[in-house]
Design a protein around this ligand. Structure first.
Ligand code: WT7
Length: 684
């Protein structure tokens, strides 16, 4: 892939974004005295003091956080330093190391440590299935037993430290179990979101080099039955035929209530039923002690250009960081029931459904279903059924449930709720207020957590007992995090400012590289503004130092909290034989936050547009997944380009937003006349 385009290319950063949707009315929401008094960080003064220490002496601060964990060997600080970093390309390659030389195991710290401390009977996981009658609960001891059996199985098929294991599962209890089993033996897990198509799955399997895959026969999602093993079969035969890459072992969980064993495609020798083999293994399994900087997992995410990036997180820093952010941000106290609605196919399911909570001996609710099945009461039923105390979700889901009005919520007690959380995109003030007033009954603070796949954990987030909230603002940086607002010329701005959101200096949870392409990592995150990590987001810092995220300033679209690279959708569209060229931009969408708007020029314009539109959507579904299908397809005679032939998305973005008076200078285009032609075709 082209390195230069990642850092500069034709993509002028947009730092002028206004806050999504509505005008911000400044308003403050304070935690109750009761909430404040019982919280870990209970005043702004306490935070200020800790924050200062975390920035002045990060080693001392994070060493203290790390001490609660078991380390087989302590990290090396013989030279007086526990961490080292170079964040500045002018000084050489980007390198980040925390707790180097320290030997630990995150699975041990998430499970064995609690069982040894007498918490084996505490509930680790409540699982609620898609269907009303499906549920189970697992104690810490039971999760540990399951993890050990699976890790022994993985060893028996040859998985060793450093090997990649791919996991393609819906939100079954076995998904976090599979992640922890890999971590136990030092295998690197790569979870592939269940919504990805066969082709997208094959692409990730190939790129990661995984030889073992864990999946299921199928599952139900709402009313739909998804034949997962069938999708896997397509992906694997394609991989073998086109790339000569084979998966040696495909461990398949029989999920008979959705798809029965006899109804799945099967390849003898390669395929094994989980239930036939895993329970035969012992419930003790020795641990692989890993260096703090050994990789823990790989997770693919979309960038502004090229194929998905395989983000690599390592063991020690990620462990300490996810544990600390979970504890302080959710103000977690043992015994509380915590529900995160995210899927383990995304980073939230790694850091705040699996590792962060289990490291804190939390009780986690894992829900397989969707908020509207069998009816829009489901979420509220689940909260009351399990007496959920902390509820972490996404603005898009909140908006979709707001459409059913207050009645379904009001028909429930929801008295157990103490704290609410939001992630994935800026939360618009309407959704914030509804969550606060209707769901939280005005009683529960909302932690609006800003972070990314690459950051491992929260960077800007309220500490809910420590300061007041402003609806729509992620508020202040977490310990050790130093945000910087930068103008397009690369100057760091002080005080009240709007610009590109960057970070100065590392924090333990930041990703260390992109699998197999460190140069791409350097260019994507450290190539824009020398000496800073660039997030890709725009941001405003207000007079109180609160941060307001304004959305991506690069060519990444955030659809329902799913990150989608415009380049990936475009490449799927142009693979359709009749498509001459395609450009994709985001536009404001009532429920999804952003929708996908595709401009498509066909090779031959006399065809049936409706049919082609359908075919284009099918193509994207097949190549990426249903969630990436364009919401609108706008046919155009051709696309506006610079004289050097680059598509000018800035103009297309304005047309998609119907901001036709504000197109800017189009006279420098190679083909200015197409702009009027495209506008004339609006609504086509
Ligand atoms: C992008 C990262 C982090 C887990 C979920 C998505 C947007 C995320 C917020 C928030 C404003 C947010 C940003 C970011 N984003 N949380 N609280 N307020 N924007 O992870 O797929 O890596 O996407 O999501 O644009 O860059 P991801």
């Amino acid at each position: 892939m082209g390195m230069a385009t990642e850092a500069n290319g034709d993509k002028k950063l947009r730092t002028d974004c206004s806050t999504v949707g509505e005008v911000i009315r400044e308003e403050r929401v304070y935690p109750s005295e009761e909430f404040r008094a019982s919280s870990w960080i209970s005043s702004r003064e306490q935070y200020d003091e800790m924050y200062r220490r975390s920035v002045d002496d990060p080693d001392a601060f994070w060493e203290k956080e790390a001490e609660q964990f078991f380390w087989k060997t302590k990290w090396d600080n013989s030279d007086g330093k526990m961490h080292s970093e170079n964040f500045d390309l002018r000084k050489g390659p980007i390198t980040i190391e925390w707790f180097k030389g320290g030997k630990t195991n995150i699975c041990y710290n998430a499970l064995d440590r609690h069982v040894k401390a007498g918490k084996g009977d505490a509930i680790a996981m409540y699982w609620e299935g898609n269907e009303l009658e499906q549920n189970k609960k697992l104690s810490y001891k039971e999760v540990l037993d399951n993890v050990c059996q699976l890790s022994n199985f993985l060893r028996s098929v040859g998985v060793k430290k450093g090997d990649l294991v791919a996991v393609y599962l819906p939100m079954l209890a076995e998904l976090p179990i599979a992640m922890l089993a890999c971590a136990r033996i030092g295998a690197i897990h790569t979870v592939i979101f269940g919504g990805f198509s066969a082709e997208a799955l094959a692409q990730r399997l190939l790129a990661s080099g995984a030889k073992v895959l864990i999946t299921t026969s199928g599952y139900r999602r709402g009313h739909k039955v998804i034949r997962m093993k069938q999708i896997v079969e397509e992906a694997l035969s394609r991989l073998l035929e086109e790339e000569g890459h084979s998966i040696e072992t495909c461990l398949t969980l029989a999920n008979d209530s959705a798809v029965k064993r006899q109804d799945v495609p099967w390849t003898a020798r390669r395929d094994v039923w989980w239930q036939d083999v895993v329970p035969r293994y012992p419930t003790v399994s020795h641990l692989e002690w890993l260096d703090a900087e050994d990789p823990l997992f790989l997770l693919y995410t979309s960038g502004s250009t090229g194929t998905p990036k395989g983000i690599v997180h390592t063991t020690g820093g990620y462990m300490v960081y996810t544990a600390a952010t979970f504890k302080y941000t959710f103000d977690y106290h043992e015994g509380e029931v915590y529900w995160c609605t995210a899927d383990c196919g995304w980073i939230t399911g790694h850091s705040y459904l699996t590792y962060g909570p289990f490291l804190n001996a939390a009780t986690v609710l894992v829900f397989e279903g969707i908020p509207t099945y069998p009816n829009p009461n489901r979420w509220w039923d689940v909260i009351d059924k399990y007496n959920v105390n902390i509820f972490y979700t996404a603005p898009t889901a909140v908006r979709s449930l707001m459409r059913f009005g207050d009645a379904p919520v009001k028909a429930h007690h929801l008295k157990s709720l103490r704290l609410l959380g939001s992630v994935g995109e800026p939360i618009n003030t309407n959704a914030w207020r509804w969550l606060h007033e209707v769901v939280g009954n005005g009683r529960c603070p909302i932690v609006d957590t800003w972070w990314q796949t690459e950051t491992g954990g929260f960077l800007i987030t309220p500490l809910p007992g420590a300061w007041s909230l402003k609806p729509g603002s992620a508020t202040l940086p977490f310990f050790g995090v130093q945000p910087a607002i930068i103008d397009p010329e690369g100057n760091e701005l002080s005080g009240e400012a709007t610009g590109a959101l960057c970070l100065k200096g590392s924090w333990p949870g930041v990703c260390r590289t992109i699998l197999g392409d460190h140069e791409r990592y350097e260019m994507a995150y450290f190539g824009h503004f020398k000496g800073y990590y660039f997030s890709g987001d725009g941001c405003r810092r207000d007079e109180d130092g609160y941060y307001w995220l304004t959305g991506r300033v690069d060519d990444v679209i955030n659809v329902s909290g799913h990150r989608i690279g415009t380049a990936e959708v475009e490449s799927a569209l142009v693979s359709y034989p009749m498509c001459a060229e395609a450009a994709v931009v985001g536009y404001d969408h009532q429920v999804k936050g952003q929708g996908i708007y595709a401009f498509v020029a066909l090779k031959d314009n006399t065809r049936n547009f409706d049919e082609i539109r359908q075919a284009l959507i099918t193509t994207v579904r097949e190549q990426i997944g249903t969630f990436a299908a364009p919401d609108k397809i706008h046919f155009a005679p051709s696309l506006p380009k610079t004289t050097s032939g680059k598509i000018v998305r800035r103009i297309l973005r304005k047309i998609a937003a119907k901001e036709l008076d504000d197109l800017g200078d189009i006279s420098t285009l190679a083909n200015p006349e197409v702009v009027d032609q495209i506008i004339a075709l609006t609504g086509n």
